[in-house]
Design a protein around this ligand. Structure first.
Ligand code: LTD
Length: 354
């Protein structure tokens, strides 16, 4: 019995036979503790159905609100636009686009791993997740480097922090990530009994994903992560060297340190566990084998990687240039308009009474 059928059972269909709830008896145990058998013997599908939809829907709501509102703030006119905000705006756009795919993913798992939105939409799912993750990795890294350079050599590198350079770097990041991610568009749905599977591993994908994983592990994760760590250590060193308290240099160093620290925390929390466990999962994956503990661990770390899309607004709030001021201005404007609206209503009421 498949998980999909189990799901239907919960919705009122006949109850499931005893064998299907005893996966161990139907599976053959391997010396390493994993089970050999079909995916039906594995309780991972049930775990995904219980775990993913809730996480995806929460990230969708928080991510849509947080990123939507942040984009609105970034687009407010500013006297002195800053390159840091250009990277943050691009990051927020990428996150907003990605969180819009999450309700479709949630629906897939709620139906017991059955895809109903067609072939193209299925291909876009895996593509959007990976594209968003590596675009985020690069925006966070470049953002930290720019902040770091602006404090270490503020005058010599003015061109690096100019708006034009920021937009060019963003365009380069989009192209360099979106183009190779296109490789993920080649695999869509596959038949699994009555179900249409999407977002699942199978024999036709494994070799390509193993190769891709090795490349992106270095270029898409290890390299940016090491760069961030070096920036962080150099920032602390130069901050400790600054003697004058409350000087402008010290304030801008602190700002840069906040940016790099938040970026590093996001990396360690969201991307590091996923990359390690994904690599282990891909290495040990064999068709029909169920390594339940490891697969569940990848699922949890994948959810943490997805959650990055609703956590980035924290970075904008604490490290964005003039973000808090603009936020305050927007609220003030909103309140004033509301007050005006209320006084207009009051005046209108008065006029009607007269
Ligand atoms: C710079 C541009 C680089 C582009 C290429 C990037 C990365 C490709 C390299 C490796 C990818 C491996 C994917 C492995 C998938 S397991 C494979 C599954 N079909 C899948 O793709 N799932 C992902 C999903 O749910 O969206 C795991 O994440 C599965 C997580 C747990 C699960 O839901 O079963």
């Amino acid at each position: 019995m498949t998980s999909h059928e189990n799901f239907q059972t919960r919705s009122g269909m006949p109850s499931k036979p005893l064998l299907s709830i005893l996966p161990v008896t139907t599976a053959e145990m391997e010396p390493n503790g994993s089970f050999r058998g079909t995916q039906e013997n594995c309780m991972v599908d049930d775990f995904k159905r219980n775990f993913y939809p809730g996480v995806y829907l929460v990230v969708f709501v928080l991510g849509a609100l947080g990123n939507g509102f942040s984009i609105f703030i970034f687009l407010q006119p500013s006297k002195k636009p800053k390159s840091v905000n250009v990277f943050m705006l691009n990051l927020a756009v990428s996150d907003l686009l990605f969180v819009c795919t999450l309700p479709f993913r949630a629906d897939y798992y709620l139906r017991g791993s059955h895809w109903v939105f067609g072939e193209t939409a299925c291909r876009i799912m895996s593509y959007s997740f990976h594209a968003n993750m590596y675009v985020s990795v690069y925006f966070l890294t470049v953002l930290s480097i720019v902040r770091f350079l602006a404090t270490v050599c503020p005058f010599r590198l003015l061109h690096v922090t100019s708006l034009r350079t920021a937009w060019s770097l963003c365009a380069a990041i989009w192209v360099l990530v979106l183009a190779p991610s296109g490789l993920l568009l080649s695999s869509g749905t596959s038949k699994n009994g009555k179900r249409a599977s999407c977002l699942e591993m199978n024999l036709s994908k494994i070799t390509r994903l193993r190769i891709l994983n090795h490349v992106v592990m270095v270029v898409g994760f290890a390299l940016p992560f090491c760069t961030l760590t070096i920036c962080y250590l150099l920032m602390i060193k130069s901050l400790l060297r600054l003697k004058v308290p409350k000087s402008n240099a010290r304030i801008s160093h602190k700002k840069a340190l906040i940016t790099v620290t938040i970026a590093l925390i996001l990396f360690v929390l969201c991307f590091l566990p996923y990359h390690i466990l994904r690599t282990l999962y891909l290495i040990q994956w064999r068709e029909g084998r169920c390594n339940e503990q490891l697969h569940k661990a990848v699922i949890v770390t994948m959810a943490m990687a997805v959650a990055n899309s609703c956590l980035n607004p924290l970075l904008y709030y604490f490290a964005g240039e003039n973000f808090k001021q603009r936020l305050r201005a927007v609220f003030k404007k909103g309140c004033m308009q509301k007050e005006m609206h209320q006084s207009c209503l009051y005046m209108a009421k008065q006029t009607m009474h007269e």
